[in-house]
Write a protein that binds this ligand. Structure first.
Ligand code: SF4
Length: 444
C-alpha cells in the first residue's frame, strides 16, 4: 500500500463537522497504509483541517504553519496539507501559497476524499498541489471506514446549509444543503453499534431541515424514529437545531423516543427582533420563547444550550439588553458567547454600524457574567440527584478521575476505574461548578 511504513497527524480546528471530516480523512489515510501518530514531529504527513467561521480560528492556523515550517526544514520529505473551510474562501489559497510556500497541498471542503491520492502524487512527483472544487458534488458513500473510536461516534446526516445568515461564511464554504439517504445513515449507525458504539451524534448545519432535498418523503423526526429503533444503540444526540425549523411534530417526536437525549442546542444568536432580522435568522424572540416553553412542557428536565453573538452591526444598547433579557428568561444551561467578527464575503461585513471592539468586549463581559450565574445555579439545583453518565475516559483536568456526560450533556467528574470508559454508570451528584458537576458512582 502507498502509505506503508508512513505516519500522519491531523490537527483539527472548529466544529464537530470538522471533527467528523478529520475522522474521515484519517480513515482514508489508514486504508492507504498510513499509521496515525500523536506527535506531529513524528509524522510523514501533517494535515491542518481548518475553520473560517471566526478570525481567531484562521489566525491559529497561520501560527501553526509557522511552527510546522521548522519540521519541514528538518525533513524535506514531510508532506504538509491545509484542508477544509479556510481553503474554500476566495483568495486564501493564494495567500497561503505566498505566506507559507512550504505547504504541499491545499484541499477544499469538496475535495477531502482525494487526500491519499494527492499525498501520493506529491511524494512521487515532488510538486505542490491545489484541489479546490467550487461546486459541491454528489455525496460519496463508499469511503473506507475505521470509525468506532470508543462508545461515541459522529454521523453526518446533512452537508452544507441553505440559510445564509448574514454573518455566516458556512454556506459559501460548505455549499448548499445535501441530505444523506436514510438507508446510508442507518447502515452506518448499525455498523457502528456492531463495533461497540452506544451513543451517536447526528451532525448537520441545520438537522431540522433534513430530508427536504430527498425524493423519499422523510423529515428529521422520521429519521430520528428510525434511528431510535436500532437495537443496541442507547443514546442519540443531534446538532445543530435551527429554531425556525423546530416543528411541533419534532418536539412531540423527541419527547416520546427513549434514546433521544434530553438536550437541545438551539442557537438564538440575539434577543432583539431587529437584530434577528438583520441576521436573517427567520424567527422572532417570541417564536423562540414559545419553542422553549413547548420543549420544557413536553420534555421535563430538558437542558438547553445556545450560541449568542454580541456586537452585531447596528446593535444598540437597547438591542443588547433584549439579549440579556432573553437569556434571563430562558435560563440556558450553558451558552457559547461570541463577539461579532466580520467575515469577508458575508452580507453583515458590509452593513453600516460596525461596533468598536471596546463596546463588543464590554457587552460580552456582561453577557458572560449573567450566563455564568445561571449556569452555576442550574448545576447547583442538580446536586443530590442520581444521573446516568456515559464514561468518556480520564478527566482532562484531573486524570486520576473519570469524566463523562449525562443525557442532558452535563460534564461530570468522579472517581472510578478506567475500565469503565465507554460504559453507562449511575452517578450521584455531590458538587456543582459553573461548567461541570462532581459526583460519586452510586452503589445502589
Ligand atoms: S444556519 Fe445560519 S449560522 Fe448556521 S450554518 Fe447555516 S448560515 Fe451559518
Amino acid at each position: 500500500m502507498a502509505g506503508q511504513g508512513k505516519t500522519f497527524k491531523i490537527i483539527t480546528y472548529g466544529c464537530q463537522m470538522n471533527q467528523r471530516d478529520s475522522e474521515m480523512m484519517a480513515d482514508l489515510l489508514q486504508a492507504a497504509g498510513y499509521e496515525p501518530v500523536a506527535d506531529e514531529a513524528d509524522a510523514d504527513v501533517i494535515v491542518l483541517d481548518t475553520c473560517c467561521v471566526r478570525e481567531k480560528a484562521e489566525n491559529k492556523v497561520y501560527g501553526k504553519l509557522g511552527q510546522i515550517e521548522r519540521l519541514k526544514s528538518a525533513n524535506p520529505d514531510l508532506v504538509i496539507a491545509v484542508a477544509g473551510c479556510m481553503i474554500q474562501q476566495p483568495g486564501v489559497a493564494a495567500k497561503i501559497r505566498q505566506q507559507a510556500p512550504y505547504v504541499d497541498l491545499l484541499l477544499g471542503t469538496h475535495n477531502l476524499a482525494e487526500l491519499p491520492k494527492l499525498v501520493e502524487e506529491i511524494r512521487v512527483l515532488h510538486q505542490p498541489r491545489v484541489a479546490v472544487r467550487e461546486e459541491e458534488g454528489a455525496i460519496v458513500e463508499d469511503l473506507p471506514r475505521r470509525r468506532a473510536r470508543g462508545a461515541q461516534a459522529f454521523v453526518t446526516i446533512t452537508y452544507g446549509c441553505n440559510n445564509f445568515c448574514t454573518y455566516c461564511i458556512v454556506p459559501y464554504v460548505r455549499g448548499r444543503e445535501r441530505s444523506r439517504r436514510p438507508e446510508d445513515i442507518l447502515k452506518e449507525i448499525k455498523d457502528l453499534v456492531d463495533q461497540g458504539v452506544i451513543e451517536v451524534t447526528l451532525l448537520g448545519q441545520n438537522v431540522n431541515s433534513y430530508g427536504r432535498d430527498l425524493e423519499e418523503k422523510i423529515s428529521f423526526a422520521g429519521l430520528l424514529t428510525r434511528v431510535n429503533a436500532i437495537e443496541g444503540l442507547k443514546r442519540i444526540r443531534y446538532v445543530t437545531s435551527h429554531p425556525r425549523d423546530f416543528t411541533p411534530r419534532l418536539v412531540e417526536t423527541i419527547s416520546r423516543l427513549d434514546k433521544v437525549c434530553e438536550h437541545v442546542h438551539l442557537p438564538v444568536q440575539a434577543g432583539s427582533n431587529r437584530i434577528l432580522e438583520l441576521m436573517h435568522r427567520g424567527y422572532t424572540r417570541e417564536h423562540y420563547l414559545e419553542l422553549v416553553a413547548s420543549l420544557r412542557r413536553h420534555i421535563p428536565g430538558i437542558s438547553l444550550t445556545t450560541d449568542l453573538i454580541v456586537g452585531f452591526p447596528g446593535e444598540t444598547e437597547e438591542d443588547f439588553r433584549e439579549t440579556l433579557d432573553l437569556v434571563a428568561r430562558v435560563q440556558f444551561d450553558n451558552a457559547f458567547t461570541f463577539m461579532y467578527s466580520p467575515r469577508k464575503g458575508t452580507v453583515a461585513a458590509t452593513l453600516p454600524g460596525q461596533l468598536p471592539l471596546e463596546v463588543k468586549k464590554e457587552r460580552l463581559k456582561r453577557l458572560m457574567e449573567l450566563q455564568n450565574q445561571i449556569s452555576l445555579a442550574k448545576n447547583e439545583a442538580l446536586v443530590g440527584q442520581e444521573v446516568e453518565v456515559l464514561v468518556e475516559g480520564p478527566s482532562k483536568t484531573d486524570p486520576s478521575r473519570l469524566s463523562g456526560r449525562t443525557r442532558t450533556n452535563k460534564l461530570v467528574i468522579f472517581p472510578g476505574d478506567q475500565n469503565l470508559t465507554g460504559k453507562l454508570v449511575n452517578v450521584r451528584l455531590t458538587r456543582a461548578q459553573t461548567w461541570l458537576l462532581k459526583g460519586e458512582i452510586s452503589c445502589d
